[in-house]
Ligand binder design. Sequence first.
Ligand code: MGD
Ligand code: MGD
Ligand code: SF4
Ligand code: MO
Length: 739
Amino acid sequence: MVLTTHKYTFCRICEAACGLKARLEGDEVVEIEPNAEHVVSRGYACIKGLTAHEFRDSPDRITQPLKRVDGGYKPIPWQQALTEIGAKLRDLKQQHGADSIGAYLGNPPSMSFLPPLFTQGMISGLGSSKLYHTGSQDCNNKFVVAERLYGSPQIQPFPDIARTQCLIAVGSNPAISKMSFISLPHPVQRLQDIERRGGRVVWVNPRRTETAGQVGEHVFIRPDTDVFFMLAFLHEVLARGVVPSQGLSSTMKGFDALAQFSRAWTPERAAEVTGIDASVLRQLVDAYLDADGAALYCSTGVNQGSNGTIAFWIQEAINAITGNLDRAGGTLVGKGVLDTTRQTRFDPAAAVATARIGGVPLVMDTVPAGVLADDILADGEGQLRALVMVGGNPVLTCANSARLQQAFGELELLVAIDLVHNESAANADYILPGSHWLERPDIPFVFMTAMGTMPDPVFQYSDPVLPLAGLAREEPWILLQLLDAAGANLFGSRLVQWLAKWAYGDGSDTRGSQRMLALLSRVARQGGLGALRKLVHGKLLAANEAGSFLGKRLVTPDGLLNLAPGDLLQLAPRLEASYQLALQQRQQLKLISRRERFSHNSWTHNHPSYVKGQRHTNYLTMNPEDGVARGLCDGDRVRVSSEQGSVELPLKLSDEMMIGAVTLPHGWGHQSAPQLRIASQTTGVNANILASDGAASLEPISGMSQLNGIVVEVTQAIAVEQLPAAIAPIAWPDASIVD
Ligand SMILES: Nc1nc2c(c(=O)[nH]1)N[C@H]1C(S)=C(S)[C@@H](COP(=O)(O)OP(=O)(O)OC[C@H]3O[C@@H](n4cnc5c(=O)[nH]c(N)nc54)[C@H](O)[C@@H]3O)O[C@H]1N2
Ligand SMILES: Nc1nc2c(c(=O)[nH]1)N[C@H]1C(S)=C(S)[C@@H](COP(=O)(O)OP(=O)(O)OC[C@H]3O[C@@H](n4cnc5c(=O)[nH]c(N)nc54)[C@H](O)[C@@H]3O)O[C@H]1N2
Ligand code: SF4
Ligand SMILES: [Mo]
């Protein structure tokens, strides 16, 4: 008889970190339910968390190291893989210097605590400066602004959802993504609560989203013009005579320079490019100023535009000067249990480290992914010759994928540490079986544990729910062994390397990570493993306090909030040029990104239920009027062309899109990964073929790639391909998904 047991854990797919309850029969998870006893998520979870075990047990999961031999892949022992990779890394370092070796840290392992830490430790241990990270695809603008305004990238105010009377959210769709830079399980319900208590919620977005259908009011904005919306908002706030109150003004500086910066941006001028009527903007400013606690919030819709840094700066400045920052109902600054704001302090007087390519600045010691292809292709000192991918799928998720794929072919060594043989690893030299989060012990990732971006502060721990599959190993163990084989030490310290190696042993179980987490927990005064194991439903921490931040917890050199950092002020001419360009581009179609319920970046399409029926492809969505103007009908196959490339896919016409804006979900284009037997049969296309890379295409200061507001043309596709009507059946375990 098989024994049925239950184990509690928390989800590590997105920032909500929902509590889950897994039902096991023997060593197999047969069902995952939301954990009703979890102190924050209280019985909420989404389809991705509830089907996580089906990805862990995917028939395409890699469970032993693979080496490329004669164009195919053959299983090899761990020892051989590590020795050979280590020897190559050592050689490259000797011949070409440490900067010839880099790592790409993907998003999925970044949602755990230890894998990102060890990836950083490996790169710095090798003496390299080449850590590529997905931050330049989603949020580096927020980090660089926080450095300058508050003194550390880790200080990220978030809306006080429980008390706000007015939330204006720009470029965010919580019903689908569950939000970013705030951990909020069941966001729609929490947002509806704002309306229930008489508050207002406003969505500013070129697409009327699934969220706007359930809560709040929607305002259309033309793609990539948010910075002008923010500037006009600030202009109008100042026009009402708002100045920081006496108490506030002693906690901040730069008000006059900020006011000067916004002077030219009247609502009428902004309206020319945003499409938001000046009177509508003034009403929003009224609502914001009249509310007893209001917050402006933005997310990737803004971050991935061409001026996400200025937009976020101005947003934060508005929240600050109106007294909404650090106020009940405004925005709050959480406290992590492991507060590292001082350790990550930004020195505005110090020179910013730059990448080899185009002098692009590093952000939190990471290189923007937009120069990865150049780093491989451009000869010269420090040319990148070896790349270790720790999760992630850059060939689908980074701008100008076609070029990146070509560049990957030039690498002397490409190693993927992953669950599956994905598109980026199509020609990898080695594929090493990493761990699924259900197999890892964990505390919540850095935003929660160190930065405290939580309306309901919680600390939690999970033991692994399942053992490591086959010969899979945890990422920290793999990275330690690679360092050893390359003759280097974690963070360059022999002692740290020795201790970590002792803790991890042969890596066949997760005791190493448990020891590490227990140590971190003790440092955070949360007790050892025994104490952690009591946190299966999470432990509520002290509530976020209004009035605890300004004048108290900033880590700028003078302790003041800097409303007008010098290098941001210098972006004024760029802003003017962007405005002129936006004026010229008013008649052109602009492409924006969007997320889907059944896609999580690039890694959920290898599951039959996620891609069944109409979901076997992504679609371009366009306003019907734009369709009529181009003679296009719903269901037509269209060609979408940008300066960078073109893709062909089916069209959907919907008035959810603003006129002039089209949208195309990213993370598709799996045809080059035959090892993903389901995904490779899907017909969706890679949106990042259309986005540009290279230093000149990146936002200055943040190095963000522009993934929103890409000028495109859409025409009828000439060659109509015969598409498979449905994915061919493959023997696959029963999927539990329900739509
Ligand atoms: N289901 C699902 N959930 C996810 C993910 C996923 O792929 N699928 N990804 C996860 C990750 S890695 C992240 S970083 C978070 C991101 O989470 P969010 O940043 O909250 O992302 P979205 O909810 O997609 O919101 C982005 C919105 O911006 C809008 N937008 C696009 N361009 C513009 C523009 O120029 N201006 C304005 N104002 N809006 C614009 C889009 O229409 C979209 O509705 O989501 C996470 N959650
Ligand atoms: N055009 C456009 N491009 C975008 C975006 C957009 O909105 N528009 N969004 C961007 C955003 S927000 C992000 S965060 C990036 C994401 O970019 P990436 O991180 O590069 O891509 P993902 O699809 O998240 O990574 C999927 C891979 O991680 C592996 N994986 C999953 N879990 C684990 C694990 O625990 N360990 C290991 N070792 N591997 C694991 C999966 O098997 C899969 O192969 O994409 C960005 N790209
Ligand atoms: S909302 Fe995010 S954290 Fe919660 S179950 Fe879904 S994917 Fe997991
Ligand atoms: Mo992301």
